[in-house]
Design a protein around this ligand. Sequence first.
Ligand code: COA
Length: 335
Amino acid sequence: MPTAIRAQCRAVGSCLPQQVLDNAMLERMVDTSDEWIRTRTGIRERRMVADGEYLSDLAVASCRQCLQRAGLEAEAVDGIIVATSTGDFSMPAVANVVQHRLAATRAWGYDLVNACNGFVSGIATASALIEAGRCQRILLVAGDVMTPYIDFQDRNTCILFGDGCGAVLLEAGPGDGPGVIDWLMGSDGAGADLLKIPCSGSAIRPSPAALDRGDHFLKQEGRQVYNYAIRHMTESCQQLLQRNGLGIGDVDLLIPHQANQRIMTNVAERLQSRPEQLVSNIDRYGNTTAGTIPLAMADALDDGRLVAGSRVLVTAFGAGFSWGSVYLTWGGSST
Ligand code: COA
């Protein structure tokens, strides 16, 4: 999309809880095996917050690392968007807490709730604000603390999710420079009941009966979600590439939402990408919901795969259903 201003991705930071929850520990909780989890999902271990450790703690640490890598003080930031479904509280928005703890005195903040598609939704929102000339710099934070919503007696779900967070600094740059070149998103609320946390909003009161039913835990129809995820991530990548006159060979890195290694591999094969294009760290972190893509970006930066000028195709799918893809060129320095 030609614009006078382009939103440049200048830096990324990340934060994971110290506590590791590996497959051997899950074997002691439910009827599963390390072998089943690894072959069906690609996950070996995930991270879990300690008591008293909140999403805001992970978010603030991610932002500090991101700002330090960008060589900026928090006062330079105009706005903070936190893409999460698991803020410290449903009210207030955690972005305000992050703003205060960072001493980002000039910044506004709000949360953006779109489950595993939160990061892509945040890129769409932040880049539009920057392109419109309304903001110079936005910290896009994306992450979730999923483990409080997981039933560790349900083997279908407890193996998949973990806690983690990342932050990307988007900054106004020249229209022909690196940055967010195009994005597209889609929704299909017909899938709303296939992946949800029933008692997490205003619909179901947190009564003793609701807690007894386990309505405060995440529920999903895994196989159906699996099939929709592959279809929508593949198709949105294909549409985005096509409308920008690109082929998969024009992309350096494919960074999909990390929900299941088999989903990622399937999408990569359908796109006919080369194995070295795919960025995957699901073996170490599991599905951190909104956090997976910035965490994968941070890993790709650390291992030298994501460098200034890298052409990146991002794609995500999540509860809603909601999905989307972004094509961007990385604008930041290498560290
Ligand atoms: N350990 C051992 N067996 C398990 C298990 C576990 N942790 N979880 C499920 N099983 C069993 C099932 O009970 C089922 O047994 P049955 O055939 O006797 O009924 C069998 O394994 C196959 O289950 P199925 O659901 O078909 O497996 P699958 O290959 O689809 O893998 C998921 C299950 C959940 C890993 C997979 O469907 C998935 O990843 N779905 C998408 C999840 C997702 O991405 N969610 C977030 C989207 S953002």
